[in-house]
Design a binder for this molecule. Sequence first.
Ligand SMILES: Cc1cc2nc3c(=O)[nH]c(=O)nc-3n(C[C@H](O)[C@H](O)[C@H](O)COP(=O)(O)OP(=O)(O)OC[C@H]3O[C@@H](n4cnc5c(N)ncnc54)[C@H](O)[C@@H]3O)c2cc1C
Length: 388
Amino acid sequence: MDFDVVVIGAGLVGASFALALQTAGLRIAVIDTLVPSTSVARDDWDSRIYAISPGSEEFLQACGAWQLLDTARLCAVEDMHVIGDDEISALNFGAYAAGMRELAVTVESRELQSALWQALMEAQHVKVIAPAACHELVLEAAAVQLSLADGRSLRARLIVGADGADSWVRTQAGLKVDTRPYAQTAVVANFATAQAHRGVATQWFQRKGVLALLPLPGERASMVWSTATAHAQELLALSPNELAMRVVTASHGKLGDLRVITPAAAFPLRMQRVQRLVMPRLALVGDAAHNVHPLAGQGVNLGFRDARELARVLTARGAQNDCGDFALLRRYERARKEDIATMQLTTDTLQRLFDTDNAPLAKLRNFGLRLVNRQSALKNLLVRQAVG
Ligand SMILES: Cc1cc2nc3c(=O)[nH]c(=O)nc-3n(C[C@H](O)[C@H](O)[C@H](O)COP(=O)(O)OP(=O)(O)OC[C@H]3O[C@@H](n4cnc5c(N)ncnc54)[C@H](O)[C@@H]3O)c2cc1C
């Protein structure tokens, strides 16, 4: 049980990171508490849908996972409409105007996770240890010692925490995290729609939160309604028909009548800033390293960019043999700092701007939407940043 890299967490980010190390010449182990699942039910839809950016899609292709997806369950997002709470102000982004094929592709979480598990199981350079629970982590100068609850122990030069927002690795290492709950909960559900979405994702910024309807294959849409927790609880208590009617009203009937096809589920929302992404022999990626509001649909894309960058730094380490070397890991941290800080600032500012009853601010935010909408160069810049 001697490895170069041990990755804790085989979620979307941890699994893709391990796969991306295929040419790094390293011995890798991936540990998860869950039982690996390489097959998914296809008679219903997962309530958790991600909008995957073209940059993330390219990365997942290189990892050997994207090509394992069933294309009939993917849907291209060609346009995005953001509507202000005065119902007049709008900001529209189009793939065509930005010279792209699509802005994003929607995919079910479980579909992508199972493709990643499948690729991991077939990868020659990775040993999967799952299900397994971690017991103790000891960081030494020359190595990391990890013991599992079943008595097994592992030794590695580098440990990577990809174990989500409540990261065990981060806690064991004593890395500081600044957590701010948003007092909001995201309610997600899928609907059959009476009218075609035409590849358009729409977001309504409202005083009660942000409602997003993302396109799914056929006449279906996925909802993420980030709203005050009391309102979320009210929505969750409704019957499927009542919920559908509420969403029709809140979305101004844009997709016509709706019918719930996947029951509503809830995710409490919080902002998390982690001061350091690395320390000697340890690095964090994905939600273990940052947690952002889902209003920009960028959380997992941000995590894929961490995975891509850390894998790139380790693969290009050259004469540096020790993959847990602090100077090497600092290169990763420096490269990721700006992207993470920009996404945290953007999502947090937008959330605050729309989570207020202050009348001048309400005017300003709607004016801001209209202003940005008229600046095609700025819009293209925003699109380029979101699709990376
Ligand atoms: C409502 C909602 C909608 C969202 N929509 C989008 C979107 O459209 N686009 C987007 O980019 N992002 C979106 N996000 C964000 C996205 O869900 C997360 O950023 C993403 O899931 C993080 O992936 P991860 O692999 O870092 O962590 P996780 O998905 O949390 O995976 C962590 C893995 O680690 C394992 N694990 C945990 N602890 C241990 C341990 N101690 N030992 C071993 N294994 C462990 C877990 O079993 C799991 O497999 C959304 C988030 C929410 C709440």
